[in-house]
Design a protein around this ligand. Structure first.
Ligand code: ADP
Ligand code: ASP
Ligand code: MG
Length: 816
């Protein structure tokens, strides 16, 4: 025999009830007569509870009562043949009349006891089961409505009653024997005490009813039909990437559900475990999906954990004081007290010094817990052996669960790395003695971020999602988005990384979307955005969104964003930038960026600060971190100047070559910004600092290649005129070089802590002689590379290669 339990959403609409009947027909057709356990229609238990509260406060509840009636009556009209409708209406109406009388009573007395509340809540399951049993009877005439409160006997703990299994099993077996050949439709959730007063088994308790019947009848299987594809790696409402688990052990299912995976009610596992009955969680809305089997033995899995669950609102109470040290009876006294007062403790941690005990309770219990502790330990408090218990609110629990954790080292490291990198502060930690779970207490607003970050960290077979916030939509920004769009599939398949652009801003508009902006329509969407650009607002919103694995990308050349870097690092967000201004301003700021990023466990990548996409910064860092020491760096790092000298040959004159470079977009609006060497200087400064030198901009000696008149010209036009007038100066330079068979090169050098940029003539044996286009070249002479330097050479300017460098940095953030 099988038990089939259908949850609230499965019986929440005419369509889903239709599916339920189809499932039953199939089961029935295979010769089975299952026991069917039903929940109240979705939302009904909450509605009843709200009505009870209203009544107790003397408020009007009639609108909700009418809503409840209508929902059930409409269902009867839709799903029952006309000739069967009246008896159903009559039975339901009797229920609603009783309910109304009860609520009136509560309203008159202005008192709602747990006992009355249970009685009120019981109408949800009674109405739904009555109604569905009538509908089923159209197809299965042997259908029989069963009020489980007559069969399941409990203690008097209303709201969360404990079952007397022995008596209950006897009653269920007896009932079955008296009703052979019937197909039972059983109310979930409800039971009764010795005095036959209605009790309930706790919210979500219909699952438990199914297991109780399964155990009493030695069922072959307990099926829990719900609205998701079985037990998943996390709550799919919180973690979009959650996937369903084919198998779980009873312990794993118990731990996951205990820590909030409400897809199954934790006590359900106990009777099933005792009788070794498999529980199968199935989806009413995807009938063919296999779902999850919970059983004793599972196939070995290589997943380090099975799932992550969470309780999204808890409080913790901290009890602290010298009076606890070495007092063996203290915690016994504390926890017996809380048990006596029916305060449910979700989790306990004790510091190794025994100086404090922290435990988590539901927020509704926290004040009561503090009060009773105050009373029980009054003397200790007076004697200052104990401090006043403190309550902390607005917290959540996140737990990772799986039996494999026991054998796998490094699980907690991975958990804390993911939390730390995302700036999630862990308030307390508990590892179950079974080692099947590690649970952490974190602040409630961080829960969604934490769940997603931890899910990404453990389920690496899925893509890790990076949330990027991009500033600047000029050449580089636009090219980056195009590259991301072109490579997104490759990136997911080969790097396991999915990049979502969660925010974009230029100087006019900004736009956000936590699910990722469209990579091909972002321009139109940004244009149409009604949010005006506001840098501080952009940063604030990025922080506010609190997404996991966040990266801020600065694709501007403006000093404005730099002011926010420190704050961004402090918000545990990594920074990728092609903006050189930050790293080339004061040394103190340069240091502070690194220190702050490190302190907050995030990345600061700026490969494109030097040589666009060429791997220069990375090479230098690798050399340094592997213990090498830089003796000398020589470099050509101005793509613009390279271009100019590579074209300043034969009959070409200097003025025309500069103009050509400008027309091709290789120069700054004022070409002198390149020719004066300022940009080159910034790159040399960053390299020198990365090589370990504490240097300021003024420490880089620059030899100007321009005569005074060109430097002093008031406007760009005047500058071009001056270039023409000084033509002889440049021509002599060129002719001298050509006569000697040499090439003109503007070369940066770092040696013995001194940096300079000078105009030099190099002969054909020099590695810098052969250059083309806008090539950059850098040679590192180090302790290891001392005979032949390590050389990196290639195109060092242009949107395509710069964006590619930013892209690579972004992927490196994802890899960490
Ligand atoms: P029913 O009404 O069928 O009893 P519940 O609402 O009690 O259904 O439980 C199903 C819900 O549990 C799902 O809709 C889902 O949002 C939530 N849930 C939380 N954690 C998990 C998880 N790990 N796997 C699947 N569902 C989960
Ligand atoms: N209807 C009850 C509740 O909502 C029991 C259940 O659905 O399992 O808690
Ligand atoms: Mg449920």
């Amino acid at each position: 025999m099988k038990i089939l339990k259908f949850g609230g959403t499965s019986v929440g609409s005419a369509q889903s009830i239709g599916t339920v009947i189809d499932i039953l027909k199939k089961e029935h057709g295979s010769g089975e007569k299952p026991v069917v356990v039903l929940s109240a229609m979705s939302g009904v238990t909450n509605l009843l509870s709200a009505m009870a509260e209203k009544a107790a406060n003397g408020e009007d509840f009639t609108a909700q009562l009418a809503e409840l009636e209508t929902r059930h009556f409409e269902m009867v009209r839709t799903l029952l043949a006309v000739q069967h409708q009246n008896p159903a209406f009559t039975r339901l109406k009797i229920n609603f009349n009783h309910l109304e009388e009860l609520l009136q009573g509560v309203s008159t007395l202005r008192e709602l006891t747990p006992k009355t509340r249970d009685l009120i809540l019981s109408y949800g399951e009674r109405c739904s089961t009555l109604m569905i049993s009538k509908m089923a009877a159209q197809y299965f005439p042997e259908s029989l409505f069963v009020d489980a409160s007559e069969l399941i006997k409990t203690d008097n703990e209303f709201g969360n009653a404990k079952v007397n299994m022995e008596l209950t099993e006897l009653l269920i077996k007896g009932f079955i024997n008296e009703n052979p050949g019937k197909m039972l439709f059983v109310t979930g959730f409800i039971a009764s005490n010795d005095a036959n007063q209605i009790t309930t088994l706790g919210r979500g308790g219909s699952d438990y009813t199914a297991a109780i019947f399964g155990s009493a009848l030695n069922a072959s299987e307990i099926q829990i039909w719900t609205d998701v594809n079985g037990m998943m790696t996390a709550d799919p409402r919180m973690v979009k990437k959650a996937f369903s688990l084919p198998e779980l052990t009873y312990t794993e299912a118990m731990e996951l559900s205990y820590f909030g995976a409400k897809v199954i009610y934790p006590p359900t596992m106990i009777p099933a475990f005792m009788k070794q009955i498999p529980i199968v969680i199935k989806n009413t809305f995807d009938v063919d999906f296999e779902g999850t089997v919970i059983q004793h033995h599972c196939k070995p899995s290589n997943l380090p954990i099975k799932g992550i669950s969470s309780i999204n609102d808890i409080s913790i109470i901290n009890v602290e004081g010298s009076g606890m040290v070495g007092k063996s009876g203290f915690s016994g006294r504390l926890f017996s007290l809380l048990a006596r007062e029916q305060i449910n403790i979700i989790l306990i941690t004790q510091s190794s010094s025994e100086h404090s005990i922290t435990f988590a309770v539901s927020p509704a219990d926290s004040e009561k817990a503090r009060r009773v502790i105050g009373q029980e330990f009054e003397l200790e408090l007076l004697a200052n052996k104990l401090e006043q218990p403190e309550i902390e609110k607005e917290l959540a629990i996140l737990a990772i669960v799986g039996e494999n954790m026991k054998q796998t080292p490094g699980i907690s490291g991975k958990l804390f790395h993911a939390l730390g990198r995302n700036g999630v502060n862990v308030r307390a930690i508990a590892q179950g003695s079974s080692e099947y779970n590690i649970s952490v207490i974190i602040s409630k607003p961080d829960l969604a971020k934490a769940l997603n970050a931890v899910h990404d960290a453990f389920f690496v077979q899925l893509n890790k999602t990076l949330h990027a916030f991009c500033l600047g939509t000029g050449n580089i920004g636009t090219t980056l988005f195009r590259q991301l769009n072109e490579h997104s599939e490759h990136l997911q398949i080969n790097n396991g990384i999915q990049v979502k652009i969660a925010g974009i801003s230029n100087t006019r508009k900004m736009l956000f979307n936590a699910d990722g902006l469209s990579l091909d329509k972002w321009q139109d969407e940004l244009q149409a955005s009604n949010q005006k650009a506001d840098l501080a607002g952009f940063i604030a919103q990025m922080k506010e969104m609190n997404l996991p694995n966040c990266v801020f990308i600065d694709n501007t050349a403006s000093p404005q964003p730099i002011k926010f870097y420190e704050d961004i690092f402090k918000s545990n967000i990594s920074v990728v930038t092609c903006n050189k201004i930050g790293n080339s301003a004061s040394y103190d700021q340069y240091r502070m960026f690194r220190d702050t990023a490190r302190q907050h466990g995030v990345d600061f990548f700026y490969e494109t600060n030097v040589g666009a996409g060429l791997p220069i910064i990375r090479t230098l860092k690798d050399l340094m971190s592997s213990g090498d020491r830089v003796k000398r760096i020589e470099a050509i790092l101005s793509g613009t100047i390279s271009f100019i000298f590579n074209h300043f040959k034969g009959s070409a004159n200097f003025h025309d070559v500069v103009k050509l470079a400008q027309d091709k977009g290789y120069t700054e609006p004022d070409p002198r910004d390149d020719l004066k060497g300022t940009d080159f200087m910034r790159k040399m400064l960053i390299l020198a600092r990365d090589a370990g030198y504490e240097m300021e901009a003024t420490d880089v000696h620059i030899e100007s290649m321009l005569p005074k008149s060109c430097l002093e010209a008031a406007t760009v036009d005047d500058f071009y005129k001056a270039l023409q007038e000084e033509d002889a100066y440049f021509t002599i330079m060129k002719q001298q070089a050509e006569a000697e068979g040499k090439a003109l090169r503007y070369i940066g050098k770092l040696e013995d802590g001194k940096a300079s940029i000078t105009l030099q003539l190099v002969d054909e044996n020099h590695p810098f002689y052969m250059m083309s286009g806008s090539d950059n070249i850098i040679s590192f002479t180090t302790d290891r590379y001392k005979d032949r330097p390590l050389v990196v050479k290639g195109p060092g300017a242009g949107a395509e290669v710069t964006a590619a460098g930013v892209f690579a940095d972004l992927i490196n953030v994802g890899a960490n």
